[in-house]
Design a protein around this ligand. Structure first.
Ligand code: SF4
Ligand code: SF4
Length: 380
């Protein structure tokens, strides 16, 4: 393992403990990836899926717009909320007793990443409660608020998958979660708590397995949010229509966690909850280190979005590379980011951690080239 570092704190970020609830957006947007035809005023029921994306409200189609999804702009339906929450979907209620039934059930909710993880047999089950990005508090909050449900679901999974070696990995700085979990861990004797140092990338599977002295190929890794998704869909048989998003950054008067309906536009959240101190700012989706700088008009909250960072625009001008080698030394997957940058080549091994940008004294945006993180802007 390369030596892991602790990221410097940003003293201008003011994180408030309060969690906001925003579950009555006026509109939501549903990405439409296939040629499904829709007309204005068509009725959309809550909990219906349209090309893997759920409608988190009921209401009428009132238009369409381009939204950001996995680095691309795609078409999305605009649905105006009628605030009736009409749904005609009936979910199974039969208890799940084996892996095949679990996979079948997860397919109904389009939780494809979870299904891929569950397809092979492993000896170790690791649950990471780590928020890797600074100031992201999604994992920590989910564990602190739902530790009963999380532990119950880990126990359920270990029985279904027949895994006995179970580790719950928590950062040693998350005192509140540790205290809550310790209060009931006695009821789950198979689950072992391990405290992790507060280092960036500690929850990367390779790093975590090395720290825990477990073989990567024998280990199955989930995070707390994924465990809670399994709880919702496969123990409670409910659809996932809301999610936690951390909204932080030094351009904001305060940073916070918000529970929002999927498909809500970032613009509506900003208008209602954010006081932006600086006129000139950048919006990063999924964190400052690992995320991409995007246009806020195009952002809707999807399952893939955990963190929005709103930072004041930096005046650190890019200077010439001084050949210090720091980007190569720090890269956890031993890429030479400087070489990729000058040759304008991407490297598929790049995990997008952002450490090369963080360390570069010349402020060169290396990650953008190496990872191919080019955000496709709307044509005007
Ligand atoms: S962003 Fe990619 S190239 Fe840069 S340090 Fe991380 S893995 Fe290496
Ligand atoms: S860290 Fe920046 S200045 Fe140093 S070698 Fe890499 S690109 Fe050049």
């Amino acid at each position: 393992m390369k030596t892991l570092i602790k990221l410097e704190e940003n003293p201008n970020i003011n994180m408030v403990g309060k969690i906001y609830e925003f579950i009555d957006p006026t509109k939501i947007y549903i990405p439409i990836l296939t040629n499904t035809s829709f007309h204005k005023n068509d009725y959309v029921y809550k909990n219906n899926y349209y090309s893997n994306y759920i409608s988190s409200i009921s209401g009428y189609v009132t238009g369409s717009k381009k939204v950001y999804l996995n680095k691309k702009l795609v078409n999305a339906l605009e649905v105006t909320n009628d605030f009736k929450e009409n749904s005609h979907i009936k979910r199974r209620k039969k208890k799940i007793t084996n892996r095949e039934e679990l996979i079948e059930n997860l397919k109904r909710f389009y939780l494809l990443e979870l299904i891929t993880k569950l397809e092979s047999n492993k000896k170790n089950l690791i649950i990471s409660c780590v928020d890797e990005e600074e100031y992201s508090i999604n994992e920590f909050t989910r564990l602190s608020n739902n530790y009963d449900e999380i532990l119950m679901t880990i126990d359920f999974l270990s029985k279904i998958l027949k895994i006995k070696n179970i580790t719950l990995a928590i950062k040693n700085t998350n005192a509140k979660s540790i205290k809550n979990v310790k209060s009931i861990i006695g009821s789950f004797p198979n689950i072992k708590i391990v405290l992790l140092p507060d280092n960036y990338l500690i929850s990367l599977k390779a790093n975590l397995c090395e720290f825990l002295n477990l073989k990567e190929e024998d280990s199955l890794l989930f995070n707390t949010i994924e465990i809670y998704d399994i709880y919702t869909t496969s123990i409670k048989f409910r659809d996932i229509t809301e999610k936690y998003v951390t909204i932080s950054g030094d351009a904001l008067a305060k940073s916070f966690l918000i529970n929002v309906k999927l498909g809500t536009s970032l613009n509506e959240i900003i208008k209602k909850y954010c006081k932006i101190k600086d006129k000139e700012y950048n919006v990063y989706v999924n964190g400052y280190m690992q995320g991409i700088n995007v246009n806020k008009e195009d952002i809707i909250i999807t399952k893939e979005i955990n963190t929005i960072v709103i930072n004041k625009r930096q005046n650190n001008l890019t200077t010439e590379c001084i050949n210090c080698g720091a980007c190569y030394k720090i890269c956890p997957v031993s890429i030479n980011p400087k070489r990729c940058f000058f040759n304008k080549t991407i490297n598929s091994k790049c995990i997008g951690c952002g450490l090369c940008n963080y360390i570069c004294p010349a402020n060169i945006d290396l990650k953008k080239v190496v990872k191919g993180d080019m955000y496709e802007e709307k044509e005007n």
